[in-house]
Structures are given as C-alpha cells and as structure tokens.
Write a protein that binds this ligand. Sequence first.
Ligand code: MN3
Length: 202
Amino acid sequence: MAFELPKLPYEYSSLEPHIDARTMEIHYTKHHQAYVTNLNNALAGTDGEKLSIEEICKNISKYPVAVRNNGGGHFNHSLFWSIMGPNKGGQPSGALMEAINSQLGGWEKFKEDFNKAATTRFGSGWAWLCVDANKKLCVCSSPNQDNPLMDVSDCKGTPILGLDVWEHAYYLHYQNRRPDYCAAFWNVVNWDEVSKRFEQAL
Ligand code: MN3
C-alpha cells in the first residue's frame, strides 16, 4: 500500500502569528507531498511497500539514499504536524513534566537545550526530544531528513517532539532569523500529543 499525506488536523492559518499560513500551505502541500511521492516511487515493487514507515526507518541502512531522504521526510513531517496545534503552548503536565524535571534539569534547562540543538544544527535538519533505549528523555538534533529511529543516526531513540529547522520551514516569515522561529515554536506545541507519544514510548 502506498504511503499517503496524512490529513492536517487544523487550518493552514491556525498557527499564526507564530507560523504563517503561506509557509504551512507550501510546507504541507509541496514539501511533504514530494517526500511521499518520491518515497512511493523509490519503494515501488520492493518489499518495503509492505512495511510501516517506522520499520523502514529502523533499518534505513539497508535502503537506497532516496528512501532515507524521503522516508525520513515523510515520518518527520507527519510527527511535526501532529505535535503542533492552535491555542497550544504552555507546559506539559503529569509524567512527562516529571521526567523533564528529573532527567533534563527542569523546564527552563530543557527549553534552553532544545533551542540550542535547533539553532546550532548547521544547514538543514531537525531538533528532537526523544525517549532513549533506557526509557530516559534526551535532546538532540539530526541532519537533513534523518531521525532518531534510524539505525544510521548518531542520536537514537523514539522521537516524541521534533522541530523542522530547514529554511523552507521558516524563511518566508523569519528569513535568516532561525532563533526567532525556534522561540515562537513553543507557542504552538501540542503537549497533549507529546505526552501521548511519551507514554507510548515507555
Ligand atoms: Mn520541512
């Protein structure tokens, strides 16, 4: 079965003023769609067509680079849309907040480390909050469309929060001001979804 663009759970304009509607529309309908189309083309006629995107990522070293780039792009953007939403932001609660406090040095330290991962990633890539193999939270970044599920990744784990720092994600509104985009991101994080992913990863 071919991979499909997941439905966006809100309007393009829903994340304004933090992420503008035009950026959302192009990002979703052009960039993400291209990853899906190119992934399907790269997997056509292979056993990969029967697998989930997570299973493919976990064994990505066995696939051609087109699957790594486009499969990563599909997984990463599907996660990205889901962990944002209108009227979100604030802080997580419950078990996730307790884990941030006990494992990542608290809320402010976590935000600082995540922002640093996002702003210092050279070129294109992603910043992540993950649950690692020991069920502990960790913050890291990856280049291009790699992600922590991939067996080739330096940073490994189950991503529960991700921030796209490719220029296509912010250039129309923020131009070269990646730190401003990273700061604005906190206003649209859907912590209920991140918490759900945290519980599932444990
Ligand atoms: Mn993108």
